[in-house]
Design a protein around this ligand. Structure first.
Ligand code: 6PG
Length: 252
């Protein structure tokens, strides 16, 4: 299915009891995908606050000991165009939570927020992704990522693909600049596009807490044409939610 085709199969929904179970289920799925690949592994992390518990779990002995850190590479699906020292920087949160203690520095691939502007940062990241992938075109038989972690915002955005923004429709470039965001934080962004995010074995959305119930109703129950609903893996797409976030009448 081409990205943007809203008549796609419904994604699979996995329900966790609570935030701790949500993070554990996400960590278990991530590790399973990592150890299923005997070669070089590429993980695309999500931003925002939802993945924090998951990231911290990966740094605990129970998970850290199971990950072959030397051959796992870590990317970010979108970035706020703020300095890497700014607490709103997505990769900075991941570094603090686990990457800087666990991953070889060469395996951590941040978006260059020191570039002149978001478009230049996007061009640089696209070039880094293509060099890592070894080709300028994505081959469906050879996904770019093993896992792409995703979140969903209150307006139905995912990564930094906001409803109605041109970036949602971008299919030629792998990474794009987003001059401004219409939700917090109101800063310029850099985001992978739907085709690049789709190039994975598994796309794993993580959404927990009562605050997500309204948007999950629009996405999972009503099937609204929102960026979070357009995003699909060419492999498996999974929505990992906890009970508090599950829409009232959702049938599992
Ligand atoms: C970002 C994210 C964004 C995030 C959602 C959910 O840069 O903000 O990549 O897509 O996943 O906004 O954010 P929370 O997890 O904080 O609710």
């Amino acid at each position: 299915m081409a990205p943007g085709d809203t008549h796609q199969a419904r994604p699979r929904v996995i329900v966790a009891a609570d935030p701790a179970a949500l993070a554990k289920t996400a960590a278990d799925r991530l590790v399973a995908r990592i150890i299923a690949n005997d070669h070089r592994v590429a993980i695309c992390l999500s931003g925002g606050s939802s993945p924090k518990l998951l990231f911290e779990l990966l740094a605990t002995d129970a998970y850290r000991s199971r990950i072959p850190w030397d051959r796992v590479h870590w990317f970010i699906g979108d970035e706020r165009f703020v300095p890497s020292t700014d607490s709103r920087n997505n990769m900075a949160m991941a570094r603090k939570a686990f990457l800087d203690r666990c991953a070889p520095p060469a395996n951590i691939h941040p978006i260059d927020v020191d570039a002149a502007d978001p478009n230049e940062a996007a061009r640089r990241y696209e070039s880094e992704l293509k060099s890592f992938y070894g080709a300028g075109q994505l081959d469906p038989a050879r996904p770019l990522f093993d896992v792409v972690l995703m979140g969903v915002g209150p307006d139905g955005h995912t990564a930094s693909l906001f409803p109605g923004y041109p970036a949602v429709e971008e299919t030629r470039h792998w990474v794009t600049g987003v001059p401004k965001a219409h939700v917090e934080p109101f800063v310029p962004r850099v985001s992978l596009t739907l085709p690049a995010l789709a190039s994975c074995h598994e796309m794993l959305f993580e959404a927990g807490g009562a605050g997500k119930r309204a948007i999950l109703t629009r996405v999972l129950e009503d099937g609204e044409d929102l960026p979070a609903n357009r995003a699909r893996s060419q492999g498996e797409t999974i929505w990992l939610v906890d009970r508090a976030a599950l829409p009232e009448n959702f049938r599992e």
